[in-house]
Design a protein around this ligand. Structure first.
Ligand SMILES: CC(C)(COP(=O)(O)OP(=O)(O)OC[C@H]1O[C@@H](n2cnc3c(N)ncnc32)[C@H](O)[C@@H]1OP(=O)(O)O)[C@@H](O)C(=O)NCCC(=O)NCCS
Length: 171
């Protein structure tokens, strides 16, 4: 299995493969502790080298079918404002979602807009189709929980990874 390097459009966003040239925006967004605190495996400090590695890894993992990753960009101007990815689980046809936006872009509905589009892609458009989607969210990440609930995800249990508790959301 491999994923195609597709781009997805929404009213205000273009979700496209991460590409060389994205590094500065990735490092600025993911280097922010306020973003990192909600994510599981982001190094600190997050450098341009980390961002370069991510861009290369994103293409490799897409080609290998391990992960489908998109840079979230503004349709108006093309700036990279975040990222969203899904990873097939061992229990296919299920996949787990992960996403982030740079702090200046929070609270404008971009997260829900990107997630809704990726959910549609994963469940209706891509090959293979994923009938079950999940996300793991810190209990106090209210914005992410609301976003998932609005898109029909429901809480289903708790997982503890490296001593950190996460709520599991599924749809
Ligand atoms: C989670 C995240 C992607 C949400 O994206 P966003 O575009 O800021 O979210 P939205 O503007 O679509 O808001 C989602 C909902 O949360 C609410 N919300 C937003 N910020 C909030 C806050 N600080 N406290 C409470 N509610 C909040 C919004 O009102 C909205 O609720 P509604 O749908 O009932 O109107 C973004 O905040 C982010 O990148 N956070 C850091 C990384 C992260 O948490 N990733 C997810 C890990 S599971």
């Amino acid at each position: 299995m491999r994923f195609e390097p597709v781009s997805l459009l929404t009213a205000r966003l273009v979700l496209r493969p991460s590409a060389p040239g994205d590094e500065a925006a990735l490092a600025a967004g993911l280097g922010d502790r306020a973003v990192q605190r909600w994510l599981e495996t982001v190094p600190h400090p997050y450098t341009l080298d980390h961002a370069r590695d991510w861009v290369a890894r994103s293409a490799r993992e897409r080609d290998a079918g391990f992960m489908q990753d998109f840079a979230i960009t503004l349709a108006d101007g093309g700036a990279v404002i975040g990222g969203i990815a899904f990873t097939p689980s061992r229990r296919e046809p299920a996949a787990e979602l992960g996403y982030w936006l740079a702090r200046p872009h929070w609270g404008k509905g971009y997260g829900g807009e990107a997630l809704a589009r990726v959910v549609r892609h994963a469940t209706e458009e891509c090959t293979p189709r994923f009938t079950r989607l999940s996300a793991r969210v810190a209990p106090d990440n209210i914005a992410s929980r609301r976003m998932l609930a609005r898109l029909g995800f429901v809480e289903n249990g708790v997982s503890v990874d490296n001593g950190v508790e996460r709520l599991r959301y599924e749809r």
